[in-house]
Design a protein around this ligand. Sequence first.
Ligand code: SAH
Ligand code: SF4
Length: 344
Amino acid sequence: MKEFLISQSAEQLTQWCENEGFPKFRARQLLQWIREKLLIEPEKMLNLPETLRQKVKEHFFAPSMSVAEVASSADGVSKLLLELHDGEHIEMAIIPAGDGRVTFCLSTQVGCPVGCRFCASGKNGLKRNLLTGEILEEFLLGCQYLGKRCDNIVFMGIGEGLLNCNELFPALEMLTAPEGFALAPRRITVSTSGYVPGMLKFAGLQKEYNLAVSLHAPDEETRSKIIPDTLRFPIQEILSAVDNYREKAGRMVTLEYTLLAGINDSDAQAEALGRLAYAHHAKVNLIPYNSTGTTFRRPSRERIESFERAARATGAVVTRRIERGSGKNAACGQLRIKAEEKLS
Ligand code: SAH
Ligand code: SF4
């Protein structure tokens, strides 16, 4: 398979240029196009000789994917459905905040093996991992669509990123390297369903990336109704890994909690959640369920508010995900499932 132009290091590109008979400074020019001008299509790199542009196109994916569909909602969120080189699809979302900052929500896998029962991404299992170059191209296509770099990145799209550390971690490195895309690690959040081995590896990086853990329940019994057994870790092990992350990375962890009516939305569960969060110095982020055509329901506004109050009364820091992209297909993974259904 071809290599990805976007994931080449300066050394690799210099070596490649030399091997192909081009002077070293051409590698520097290529890198400028990619990392400063956010372009990877060789045909747009006008200060390069035609022969080099041709060679780049033959040798590398530049890019490997294309935008198959754009879905925009009234609140300003745009979702890009991306078609990969092998015909698979993923999604990325561009989420503007009121203050002019923009957050990208990126995918890490095609599908997801965890299979949380409310989530569209895990509906048909895992197709394959995304490669480092593909994760970086998602970011780049988002920047091209937006016309500038984003301010924050959350890995909360399709997939369980910490089951794909080998490809995700080099992408994080390239996104944050000063000679790469130069984003501050504090502006990047990786969300996990609580895959403990991956959480420990992530802590081992000892970088100030943010970690979000999708807890969804304060007790094992409730959690087992939401997340299937295969890749579900015990809550106690997850919370130890949360402590470990805070100590190693020096960042407060966020506990995500998707609110499902009648399943995990009682005041007693809110208090139990608040106590856990407080004890482990973690923040709570409440996410009201976006319907994905499952039997789950979003709790009423009153119930959500009551839950929030009860959790907060424990002293824990509680926020609620701003409801954005809550129109049709708002939940991540839905555009992709629709595209798959259309194809089959
Ligand atoms: N696999 C990782 C990251 C992707 S999911 C994880 O599970 O954390 C990112 C977040 O979106 C998770 O907290 C997940 O619970 C939430 N989510 C997924 N589908 C949702 C839906 N339909 N409604 C509300 N939240 C959803
Ligand atoms: Fe996978 Fe996260 Fe969806 Fe669960 S919520 S199926 S872990 S993407």
